[in-house]
Design a protein around this ligand. Structure first.
Ligand code: 13P
Length: 249
């Protein structure tokens, strides 16, 4: 099975009601350009999910950046996958390195969150990635494969799960690994998925994230076992994000 490519924008803690215009601009660019051979997703902050979903923008799915493990209950300030589905989200990112760092999220918690996403019939984008110190110590593959093994639940399938490899040191820094380094990690992730899930392992989309921009997207997306991008900063501007989607035109 060949993975369906996905170009996903993670807006992080950015975006106000006025950002509707950016989604409208992206829809116009997608409609006006050649059809891209990838799915397109925007994950705005929670406050914009229903607004964006109600815009019903052709060809742009809406997703969330995190969720709680539970469905409802006494968890002040948290939000469940069921609520996000209700608001119109089709995908939920779990285990982003900023959540792992800022909120001490472990891989086993990430796994529980992915299960919560699946319980609602939504797709989980499960993030993994090494820090700079871990890379410098030669531990990149060990760290990434351990995160993968623990964070990805048993019921994961290519239909309900996408993996995102995001080296922590490449996020928001303008630095990226070489294409060979990206290929090495993505190929190791693919092998691990095939070992665990058999033939189904070939079908999971594996996204690269970390300083993806229009100028480097084509090269990064052409690496073996790279099936799309998870984009932070450059997803906030429709023209930049569309320039990344160009890698699939
Ligand atoms: P940047 O594209 O801003 O480096 O962010 C990547 C990221 O963390 C996406 O989830």
């Amino acid at each position: 099975m060949k993975p369906t490519a996905l170009v996903a924008g993670n807006w992080k803690m950015n975006g106000l009601a006025a950002s509707r215009s950016e989604l409208e601009a992206l829809a116009v660019l997608l409609k006006g350009g050649a059809k891209a051979a990838c799915n397109v997703l925007i994950c705005p902050p929670y406050t914009l999910i229903s607004t964006f979903a109600e815009m019903n923008t052709d060809g742009i799915a809406v997703g969330a950046q995190d969720c709680h493990t539970g469905v409802s209950g006494a968890h002040t300030g948290d939000i469940s996958a069921q609520m996000l589905r209700d608001a119109g989200a089709k995908y939920i990112i779990v285990g982003h390195s900023e959540r792992r760092a800022d909120h001490a999220e472990s891989s086993s918690l990430v796994c529980e969150k992915a299960c919560a996403v699946h319980s609602e019939g939504l797709r989980a984008i499960i993030c993994v990635g090494e820090t700079e110190a871990e890379r410098d110590a030669g531990n990149t593959l060990a760290v990434v494969l351990e995160q993968l093994a623990i964070s990805v639940p048993e019921e994961a399938s290519p239909e309900n799960t996408i993996i995102a490899y995001e080296p922590v040191w490449a996020i928001g820094t303008g630095r990226t690994p070489t294409v060979d380094d990206v290929a090495e990690v993505h190929t190791a992730i693919r092998q691990a998925l095939e070992e665990r899930f058999g033939a189904e392992g070939t079908g999971f989309a594996i996204l690269y994230g970390g300083s993806v921009k229009p100028s480097n997207a084509k090269e990064l997306m052409s690496a073996p076992n790279v099936n799309g991008a998870l984009v932070g900063g450059a997803s906030l501007k429709a023209t930049d994000f569309n320039g990344i989607i160009d890698a699939y035109r």
